[in-house]
Design a protein around this ligand. Structure first.
Ligand code: COA
Length: 195
């Protein structure tokens, strides 16, 4: 295991194929953490279109943050968009499966929170997770995200061949700050380790 000091930058159009590859491999990966993936057959079907990644990169109010090693090899990413004057949303959060559980996810989330607060003045951050991913949900809650009480439907009709819970839905979360980033920056993230 080698320590990994992450280097962050915004993705450009040159990064679209490597982003697609990393996001799809992360979401499709098997993971023995109980309640982390939810349903592995559903996860295995995950895909994202290059044109959707491109539109996020092209939009001045959204981006993919790339977390790389010293050689700029991509280890993880997260999408962020400014959703209102005070709010931002995080999505497509993914870490290279070979690096899962090494603290890289925590570092990326902390960096993304800081980015939205510093660059966009965000006071509230939103994200969602599938309702059957209990441990992932607990992990977000340990990171300070709280359930808003709002849920978003999951398109069960598109996955009739899978054995999914009838009440599967997305759980919406928010994390809010009362002080500005300058008054209260996040603590320095710890260094992750990746095989
Ligand atoms: C979600 C994701 C980005 C997290 O990245 P990560 O690098 O694995 O996360 P971290 O290493 O920072 O956090 C690890 C958590 O896993 C758990 N964990 C770590 N080691 C573990 C082990 N040996 N056994 C069981 N659980 C373990 C712990 O809960 C730990 O959090 P804690 O320190 O607060 O207890 C990553 O799992 C991923 O890419 N998943 C696929 C895509 C996805 O589902 N994205 C989120 C959509 S909502």
């Amino acid at each position: 295991m080698a320590n990994t000091n992450l280097r962050f930058r915004a993705a450009t159009q040159d990064d679209i194929s490597v982003l697609k590859q990393l996001i799809e491999s992360a979401f499709r990966a098997e993971d023995s953490r109980e309640g982390w993936v939810g349903n592995s057959q559903l996860a295995a079907q995950f895909s994202i279109e290059a044109k959707n990644i491109k539109s996020i990169i092209d939009n001045p109010e959204s981006l993919f943050l790339m977390a790389g090693d010293a050689n700029d090899t991509l280890l993880g990413t997260i999408g962020a968009s400014k959703s209102s004057p005070n709010g931002a949303r995080l999505f497509m959060f993914a870490v290279d499966p070979q690096c899962h559980r090494s603290g890289i996810g925590k570092q990326i989330l902390t960096y993304a929170e800081d980015y939205c607060r510093r660059e966009w003045g965000s006071k509230v951050l939103g994200l969602n997770a599938l309702s059957n991913r209990e441990n992932l949900i607990s992990w977000y809650m340990r990171r300070g995200f709280q359930k808003t009480g709002v849920t978003t439907p999951f398109p069960l009709e598109e996955f009739k061949d899978l054995d999914l819970p009838d009440d599967l839905h997305f759980v919406e979360f928010e994390k809010a700050w009362t002080s500005s980033y300058d008054d209260n920056p996040a603590t320095q993230p710890t260094t992750g380790a990746c095989a």
